[in-house]
Design a protein around this ligand. Structure first.
Ligand code: XMP
Length: 509
């Protein structure tokens, strides 16, 4: 395995993904990680990530420099390299000119990281500081017009540094460089597959849970579904899933999920229909944050009460993913964790002292999908687009009631049907409809209408942190609009949302 030390770069998750794409397991640790713990992980190599700081800033992140004496190959990227150079007796200076964007990298030493790479390759730069003087034992291995030491190595101690970012797509040979580090320098074996992960995780769950019972809050999304199937494979009927119907789900969603889990996957599922409780509490509520608070609170109460009925349960399973873990302890906290905090519906039932089981906590979303496929989840579940915990409540702008829910459900069903039929469903991060709180004038037959407007939102994204509005074909948009206006009573206008995130968000509320 490889350890990535997170110095706060926006690319640190990308580094981990790049390593895993080569089938080598990789874990991200904060700079204050204890070296004894680091050694106990037995890594074959360490990557020091980039970061937004200058090493001369007072509070810039630091790792114990004894890391360089551990005898483990180390690759420093950008800030990671500057930290290494400084710690080992070299000098880093503020460059006269900030370098940002593409640069031509001229390789002078075709070995180590640059093995089989020759002459000039394109690379992606993003830095202010650069190396002024190398520490003893290091040589310069590549340069650019603007940066005389764009890469460096101490071949004896197996310490390497790159000023540019090999993990981004703008460095086309970056994949090869990372492979050189993993296989040529660290001697890793490409044996981390989802199959191996599934076998290992099922075994760990068995060992941990033993003969006890586990409860899981099922939402129908990919993460909780994969968690459920994985745990079911480990402990069978001792897993009970609780599925709370909040009355804010899409058309036929609850029924489909019940059938899938009970009849196809043979997993214990307790269905709690709490729709009226939620809808009663939401009556007249317009403020989105109030809606979220109400839904979160009732969810917890209903879930608690149901979980309490399951006697002898000792564990609570959750589909927490790796980005949640990394973001909550990132070197610079960052606003991402705050924006996301309201997303983590759930938590521990209050009356019970449950221990957590989080089998996906080291996986990224696309890996969870691959795992789901590996352990036999149907495509329909594996490829589900994310759906927010508060459901349609935050897609009905303004007041929520049974009538408006019914209108939005019909619109949404048409939209998803057409998006799937056109082959766009898997390509989009999310696609959904939003019901607006205003009416517009239309004409149907010879009659004037005065009805609702719906907005269609379709976005592409890697991780929901940023998103682009999807450039769907006009013909498809036209068909969706026609069908909605013709088939759904109460809608006479369809608009398409052409805003990206930032500055907009994916959901409207
Ligand atoms: P925004 O709207 O913040 O959404 O760009 C980013 C991602 O998070 C989802 N989302 C939520 N998920 N509870 C959830 O479980 C929420 O309150 C919530 N709000 C937004 C959204 O669907 C998108 O995938």
């Amino acid at each position: 395995m490889i350890v990535v030390v997170d110095f706060g770069s926006q690319y640190n998750q990308l580094i981990a993904r790049r390593v895993r794409e080569h089938k080598v397991y990789c874990q991200i640790e904060p700079p204050h990680v204890d070296l004894a713990y680091l050694r106990s992980l037995n890594p074959e190599g360490i990557i020091l990530s980039g970061g937004p700081s200058s090493i001369y800033e007072k509070n810039s992140p630091k790792i114990n420099p004894d890391i360089f004496k551990m005898g483990i190959p180390i690759l420093g990227i950008c800030y990671g390299m500057q930290f290494m150079v400084d710690a080992l007796g070299g000098k880093v200076k503020r460059a006269a000119k900030r370098e940002y964007g593409f640069a031509e990298l001229i390789i002078s030493e075709s070995q180590g990281i640059f093995k089989s790479l020759k002459d000039t390759v394109q690379c992606w730069m993003s830095h202010g500081d650069s190396i002024d003087r190398l520490p003893p034992g290091f040589t310069a291995t590549a340069f650019t017009d603007n940066t005389p030491i764009a890469a460096t190595a101490d071949f004896n101690r197996r310490l390497y540094g790159l000023q540019f970012h090999p993990e981004v797509e703008h460095t086309p040979k970056g994949k090869q460089m990372i492979a050189n580090f993993l296989f040529g320098i660290c001697g890793c074996k490409p044996n981390w597959t989802m199959k191996a992960f599934a076998t290992e995780t099922i075994e760990t769950v068995k060992q941990t849970v033993k003969d006890k019972k586990v409860i899981l809050g099922l939402s129908g999304g990919v993460d909780s579904s994969v968690t459920a199937v994985l745990i079911h494979k480990a402990i069978g009927h001792r897993l009970t899933c609780i599925f709370v119907d909040n009355g804010l789900l899409r058309l036929n969603e609850a029924a489909k999920l019940k059938t899938m889990f009970k009849e196809h996957l043979h997993i214990n599922i307790r269905y709690v229909n709490a729709s009226s409780k939620f809808l009663r509490a939401l009556a007249g509520v317009i403020d989105p944050e109030k809606k979220r608070k109400i839904i979160g609170k009732i969810f917890m109460d209903v879930f608690d009460a149901e979980a309490f009925k399951i006697r002898g349960a000792e564990y609570l399973a959750q589909g927490t993913l790796y980005p949640d873990i990394i973001e909550s302890r990132s070197a610079f906290g960052g606003p991402t964790s705050i924006i996301k905090s309201h997303h983590n519906v759930g938590g521990l039932p209050k009356k019970m002292k449950l221990k957590l089981v989080e089998p996906l906590k080291f996986l990224f979303k696309d890996e969870v999908r691959a795992l789901g496929k590996e352990i036999g989840l149907p495509d329909d579940l594996v490829w589900r687009q994310p759906f927010p915990g508060p459901g349609l409540a935050i897609r009905i702008i303004g007041e929520i009631n049974a009538k408006r829910l019914s209108v939005l459900r019909k619109v949404d069903a048409i939209l998803i049907e057409e998006i799937k039929a056109a082959g766009f469903y898997k390509k989009l991060w999310q696609s959904f409809a939003v019901l607006l709180p205003i009416k517009s004038v239309g004409v149907m037959g010879d009659k004037r209408t005065y009805e609702n407007i719906v907005a269609i939102r379709a976005v592409t994204s890697r991780d929901a942190m940023t998103a682009d509005w999807a450039k769907l074909p006009h013909k498809l948009l036209g068909k969706i609009s026609n069908r909605i206006i013709n088939e759904v009573n109460g809608v006479n206008r369809v608009a398409y949302d052409i805003s990206s995130k930032p500055p907009s968000t994916i959901e409207w509320e």
